[in-house]
Write a protein that binds this ligand. Structure first.
Ligand code: N01
Length: 531
């Protein structure tokens, strides 16, 4: 096939993670000719790239799974409470095989540009090898898929090995006998540091901002528990959708500020012992009232001080900001790792890191290392889209249009980009929820919209500016009421220099969001222009 060849499809899906795979399945079900273009060499999206030691989901396996096929959810056996990356990737591959998806996925096909032709009412997508045209284009590019490597001075001169947690090599990496630096202390670092410390001769952790971590208490899944969950799967899935996060947690309706100190401590301790993200569900006002939030953060700080033997190190590890403002980390032995003699914590909050040919220097000290692990996160939610030169109906690029922050109606479509859908795009609950059910809800909505267009002879769909503006304003208004604005998180784009500070996910909760999506359809796609 020559580079100039153009292949035509009814729909092109960009990305073969969980969103792209299910989208392909649904489009096929509608009888469309569809293809998925995937930059990687296999399915799985974020789980294909994030292979760092300790990579594991922070949502329990029995819920972090598809529910569109009851046979699939009944037959698949998870081995642990929180599945590790290799198992999740095996699951993704199983789904690809089970639904015969691979024959319509082009691997190693990175989309470089996309442009909409208003006369032909079609998108043209270019890759290095071939070009594609289609009426519908579905961006399943993921929320945390564009790794962020800050521009550290001297990084090009470093003579050792450099890794990024979000772009981990596919071959085994051994740190035995090595001196290693880890830069960053977010979820990826919290998961990988305990395992790297077990191998490395010496580990230096460079921390700019400490993060809160709650124990995972991961364990092998008891087959009886698994059977019991499977016996009531539909009820569990339905219950989960009634919660803001789409996870079947026990969210308390009590207020921390109206509960006695003893009772609060009892509740926090019970949730600490259970482990996982439901810690923040202990009281309803944790994310809305600073004082309530402090009761939860004080509890975690006390745990850190009791766990870490060196009081100075414990103080450095104890976060001072709002708990839950950044994504809560779920750990296995993170704080305990700092009691090891081969682990050193370096505070780099006041002076930036510099890199030399032989190591890392910070705060006036130099550390010779053989390898550096950047656990520096992602250009979240918009990064993967911004890497593609996407041109809409009047030639404007999406990146330019979103220069002041992403604007999309329901996180599903953007004015000026007809027939282009985003799965879990900015303005949808996405990263604040269990991604799998959220992905399914979006894919189902998109499939229904495409089916509607085809059966009603509609060839072009995009939101109205009024509907989009109102949705963005509503999202901002809700976000402003929470404590999530009080720290420099990736939800706000604060981790990327120059990125506008806009709270990107929809914070109104999954039930309210799903109801809105349903209403829009029931009212004949209210807020969309159909022609
Ligand atoms: O990235 P992060 P992550 N100099 O952005 C530091 C999901 N995830 O890959 O906080 C020095 O959280 C930065 O410091 P600061 C999950 O949603 C899930 O860890 O900006 N340090 C921070 O410490 C998660 O939230 C799982 O001051 C610099 C770190 O790098 C999201 O992915 C596992 C720096 C980045 O932390 C991202 O997590 C892993 C600089 N110039 C990830 N720049 C699960 O459990 C950045 N940092 C499913």
């Amino acid at each position: 096939m020559n580079k100039n060849d153009v292949r035509h499809f009814d729909a092109v899906v960009v990305g073969a993670g969980f969103a792209g795979m299910y989208m392909l399945h649904r489009l096929r079900g509608l009888g469309l000719r569809a293809v998925v273009l995937e930059a990687g060499g296999g399915v799985g999206g974020t789980w294909y790239w994030n292979r760092y030691p300790g990579a594991r989901c922070d949502v329990e396996s029995m819920e972090y799974s598809y529910q569109f096929s009851d046979e699939l959810q009944q037959e698949w056996e998870w081995s642990e409470r929180y599945a590790a990356q290799p198992e999740i990737l095996r699951y993704a591959n199983h789904v690809a095989d089970r639904f015969d998806l691979r024959r319509d996925i082009q691997f190693n096909a990175r989309v470089a540009s996309m442009a909409f032709d208003g006369a032909k009412l079609q998108w043209t997508l270019t890759t290095q090898r071939e070009d594609f045209t289609a009426r519908f284009c579905i961006m399943a590019t993921g929320c945390l898929s564009s790794p962020n490597t800050p521009d550290f001075k001297g990084v090009d001169l470093f003579q050792g090995d450099i890794y990024h947690t979000g772009l981990w090599p596919h071959e085994e990496v051994s740190f035995h006998g090595k001196r290693v630096a880890v830069v960053g202390t977010g979820s990826s670092a919290v998961q990988s540091i305990p395992l790297i410390a077990q191998q490395a001769d010496q580990l230096y952790v460079f921390q700019r901002t400490p993060n809160y971590a709650v124990p995972a208490h991961n364990h092998v899944l008891d087959p009886k528990h698994q059977q019991a969950v499977k016996a009531e799967y539909p009820a569990l899935r339905a219950r989960a959708k009634l919660n803001a996060t789409g996870i079947d947690f026990d969210y308390s309706e009590r207020l921390a500020l109206e509960t006695s100190h003893e009772e609060r401590e009892r509740e926090y301790e019970a949730r600490w012992q259970r482990g996982g993200l439901s810690f923040l569900g202990a009281f309803m006002d944790i994310m809305t009232e600073e004082e309530a939030n402090r009761t939860a953060s004080d509890f975690v700080r006390a745990k850190i001080r009791r766990t870490v033997r060196d009081p100075e190190v414990a103080e450095l590890l104890a976060p001072k900001n709002t708990i839950g403002c950044k994504r809560l980390c779920i750990d296995t032995g993170y704080y305990e790792t700092f009691n090891r003699p081969n682990v050193t914590l370096e505070d780099v909050s006041r002076s930036p890191i510099e890199i030399s040919p032989s190591g890392v220097s910070a705060a006036g000290r130099a550390y010779e290392v053989d390898g550096i692990v950047f656990a520096t996160g992602f250009d979240a939610m918009t990064g993967a889209l911004a890497k593609i030169d996407i041109r809409g109906s009047n030639g404007t690029s999406l990146e330019e249009q979103w220069a002041e922050g992403p604007r999309a109606y329901l996180g599903l479509m953007t004015v000026g980009f007809p027939n282009m859908f985003t799965v879990t795009g900015p303005g949808s609950p996405s990263v604040l929820t269990n991604m799998l059910p959220t992905i399914e809800q979006h894919v189902d909505w998109i499939a229904e919209a495409v089916a509607y267009m085809r059966s009603n002879r509609v060839s072009r769909m995009e939101p109205t500016l009024e509907a989009q503006d109102a949705w963005v304003a509503h999202g901002n208004e809700l976000a402003g009421r929470t404590l999530r604005y009080t720290c420099g998180s990736w939800y706000l784009g604060a981790n990327i220099p120059g990125k506008p500070r806009v709270f990107m996910p929809y914070i109104g909760g999954l039930p309210r969001y799903m109801m809105k999506c349903r209403e829009v359809v029931d009212k004949g796609y209210e807020g969309f222009l159909l022609s």
